[in-house]
Design a protein around this ligand. Structure first.
Ligand SMILES: [Fe+2]
Length: 311
C-alpha cells in the first residue's frame, strides 16, 4: 500500500474500488471507469482475492502469525501483465533506482514470468528484516496501516491491475506492493524507519497529527528520492513500482526538487492520482535515514516541538 493514501494505499475515499458483503458473499465494487469493470472473469478473481483478506481480518494476531496466506488465483493473462511490467521496468531500475534497492531486489529475486504469491515473498522478506506481509482488501485507514508497521507487518493487496491496461492502475496492486515496497523493506534501515513510523503513529491521537505524520510518510517512505554521485535516484516504492513515474521523477526536468524540511513537508498537499510534481531530495540515502529517524523518534515525545498537535 501507499503511505497515507495510496494503493493498498491508504485513503478509502481515494480508491475506486470497495469491498462489500452482498448476500453473504464478498463483492468488490469497481467504479464504472475501472478498466476491469465489464470483465466478469477479472471481477470474480477480485472477489475471491478480497475474500482472502476479509477472512484474514477475522483472525487473531496469533492465528495470523501461524497461518500461511492462501494463494490468490491469477490467470495466464495476469501473469503476462506481470511479465510485461517486469521487462519494461528492469532497465529503468538500472538507471534510476537507488543502490539499496538494486542490491536488495537482487537478493529478493522476484520471478519475471509469473506473479509470485504473497506467502512466498513474505517468507523471503521475513528472513531479511523480520518484516512480513499480510493480505488486505484495499485502502485502509492510515492508523491501521501504521499500527501494522509497528508490529513488522506490511499490509499488501494481492490483486493485479486489469490486463487491458498493463501499465496503468487506478489503485495500488500487487506490482506496487512487491516490486515497490517489498524490495525496500528488506533493507534494514528502511525497515527500521517503517517500524518507527508505526510506533510514532501509536503515540499520536489527533486526526490532524495523524494526517501530518502520514504526509511525511508519503513524501519520504512512498516518494522519497536521494542523490547518488550527483544523480537523483528513486528510493520510495511509489516511484520504484512505476517506470513512468520513475522516469518522470528522475529525468523529465518537470519535477520541482525541494530540500527536505519536515515542517514544510507535513503540510504540503499532494494528489495520489497524478505523477508527483514536487519531490523532496535527500543528499544521500544515509542523510534520509538519519534525519528521518531523528524526526520520527521525537514525534509525540517530550522532545517534540509540535506538542500542540498531540492534544
Ligand atoms: Fe505504497
Amino acid at each position: 500500500m501507499h503511505g497515507p493514501t495510496e494503493g493498498v494505499s491508504e485513503e478509502t475515499d481515494e480508491a475506486n474500488s470497495a469491498v462489500k458483503i452482498v448476500g453473504g458473499n464478498v463483492f468488490v465494487e469497481l467504479d464504472p471507469d475501472h478498466p476491469g469493470f465489464k470483465d466478469e472473469g477479472y471481477r470474480s478473481r477480485r472477489n475471491e482475492i478480497a475474500k482472502i483478506a476479509m477472512e484474514w481480518n477475522d483472525m487473531t494476531m496469533e492465528e495470523r502469525r501461524n497461518t500461511k496466506i492462501p494463494h490468490a488465483p491469477y490467470s495466464e493473462d495476469e501473469d503476462a501483465v506481470w511479465a510485461a511490467i517486469m521487462e519494461r521496468i528492469a532497465p529503468v531500475h538500472e538507471k534510476y533506482a537507488c543502490k539499496q534497492y538494486l542490491d536488495n531486489a537482487k537478493k529478493l529475486g522476484l520471478p519475471n514470468d509469473r506473479i509470485p504469491q504473497l506467502q512466498e515473498v513474505s517468507e523471503t522478506l521475513q528472513n531479511m528484516t523480520g518484516f512480513r506481509q499480510e493480505p488486505v482488501g484495499g485502502l485502509v485507514h492510515p492508523k491501521t496501516f501504521h499500527t501494522a508497521l509497528a508490529n513488522k507487518v506490511f499490509l499488501s493487496t494481492q490483486y493485479i491491475r486489469h490486463s487491458s491496461r498493463p501499465f496503468y492502475t487506478p489503485e495500488p496492486d500487487v506490482v506496487h506492493e512487491l516490486v515497490g515496497h517489498t524490495a525496500m523493506l528488506g533493507v534494514p534501515e528502511w525497515a527500521e524507519l517503517n517500524i518507527l513510523f508505526g510506533e510514532a503513529d501509536m503515540r499520536t491521537n489527533s486526526e490532524e497529527a495523524i494526517k501530518r505524520l502520514g504526509t511525511i510518510y508519503w513524501f519520504v517512505l512512498e516518494f522519497g528520492a536521494c542523490r547518488e554521485q550527483g544523480q537523483v535516484k528513486a528510493v520510495g516504492p511509489g516511484l520504484l513500482s512505476s517506470f513512468g513515474e520513475m522516469e518522470h521523477a528522475c529525468a523529465s526536468g518537470e519535477v520541482e526538487y525541494r530540500k527536505p524540511n519536515f515542517e514544510e513537508m507535513e503540510i504540503q498537499p499532494y494528489d495520489v492520482t497524478k505523477y508527483q510534481p514536487i519531490l523532496y531530495i535527500w543528499d544521500s540515502f544515509e542523510e534520509m535515514y538519519e534525519k528521518t529517524k531523528e524526526f520520527v523518534n521525537n514525534w509525540g515525545t517530550d522532545n517534540d516541538t509540535r506538542k500542540d498537535l498531540h492534544k
